[in-house]
Design a protein around this ligand. Structure first.
Ligand code: UDP
Ligand code: MG
Length: 315
């Protein structure tokens, strides 16, 4: 029998949070009176989290460990969780308890009302640096503006997703993944639930600036051609300006004036346009690199150890 609820937690060195995560999640799920499974995806931890995950799985058969061969990143870890999940509804939650498991009860209530995606909106955040808050806020607003899908503001991956939507998302095997964008792109009946995002239970953030930047880049390139179009727009503007200025310069020269004389003007223009061209090339390269990655068709992740994808169901 498949469980009604699957809860997925991606884990990268969350040694100190894991027992508490299991305690709180199992408490909430037992209280709901539904059958459940907790999928713990070990994303190449090196701090002993793997042993704790195996221990929890031994102690409780509802805990299903998926152990990666190395660190593949948060979005890929959640993807693996979605692949292995069997529930009618799937909840994605951070392992550091910044997302309160107690909200799962409210999510399930909304799901019962007929919503197929219930995403949690970060109305308040505590215990995070001003830099994180500022960059996160900027990130969500920028993504909202320039992408073609309306991805809800201030919303992370903490959400409940119905099996129908999970199946669609599982069929989207793109490599550079931005799951909250994919969930919005899919459509279906969606609703937001505001919540207060707490401080980490233990440890440090596993999302340094480098990883946040990569996620932002994936979000933009996966859901928008805006950066590619930027080059076109700058090109049109530069061409427009020269169409106006070239005749003016010619007339001035013929009239014997010296307004744009000298190497400085030339140098400034060459450097500026050279810069713009190199940036445009870089943007092109970014998209081409992504095409190359897709074409290679490597697996999204490699598991060292995992339960069979649909064990107990026989299919
Ligand atoms: N995580 C992961 N792989 C990574 C980085 C993070 O599985 O490469 C997990 C991490 O263990 C946590 C979740 O993703 O459960 C969110 O990470 P974190 O709390 O560090 O991000 P933040 O909340 O600071 O944005
Ligand atoms: Mg966190």
């Amino acid at each position: 029998m498949n469980p009604v609820l699957s809860v997925i937690a991606p884990i990268f060195n969350e040694h100190d949070s894991l027992p508490e995560l299991y305690r709180r999640v199992s408490g909430v799920l037992d209280g709901l009176g539904e059958t459940w499974e907790l999928i713990l995806v070990d994303d190449g931890s090196s701090d002993g989290s793997t042993d704790i995950i195996r221990g929890l799985a031994q102690q409780d058969v509802r805990v299903r460990p998926v152990i990666f061969a190395r660190n593949f990143g948060h979005q890929i870890a959640v993807t693996a969780g979605l692949d292995y999940s069997r529930g009618d509804a799937v909840v994605i939650i951070d392992a550091d308890l910044q997302d309160p498991p107690e909200l799962i009860a409210d999510m399930v209530a909304k799901w019962r009302e007929g919503y197929e995606v219930v995403y949690a909106v970060r109305a308040e955040r505590e215990g995070e640096s001003w830099f994180k808050l500022f960059t996160a806020s900027l990130f969500y607003r920028m993504i909202y503006r320039i992408t073609d899908v309306k991805i809800p503001l201030d919303t992370g991956d903490f959400r409940l997703i119905d099996r129908a939507v999970v199946n669609v998302m599982n069929s989207m095997r793109e490599r550079h993944r931005f799951l909250r964008g994919m969930a919005a792109w899919v459509g279906f009946k969606q609703i937001g639930l505001p919540y207060k995002r707490s401080a980490r239970f233990a440890g440090e953030t596993k999302y340094p600036f480098r990883k946040m930047f990569k996620l932002a880049l994936n979000a933009v390139t996966s859901f928008s051609y805006f950066p590619l179009q930027l080059a076109t727009w700058i090109g049109f503007i530069a061409a427009g300006i020269s169409a106006i200025f070239i005749p003016i310069v010619i007339i001035e020269r013929l009239a014997g004036l010296q307004a744009f004389a000298g190497q400085a003007t030339t140098l400034v223009m060459v450097l500026f346009l050279g810069g713009v061209q190199l940036i445009s090339l870089g943007i092109l390269g970014e998209y081409i690199g992504r095409i190359y990655d897709e074409v290679k068709g490597r697996p999204l992740y490699i598991v060292r150890d995992a339960p069979k994808k649909n064990d107990e169901t026989g299919d």
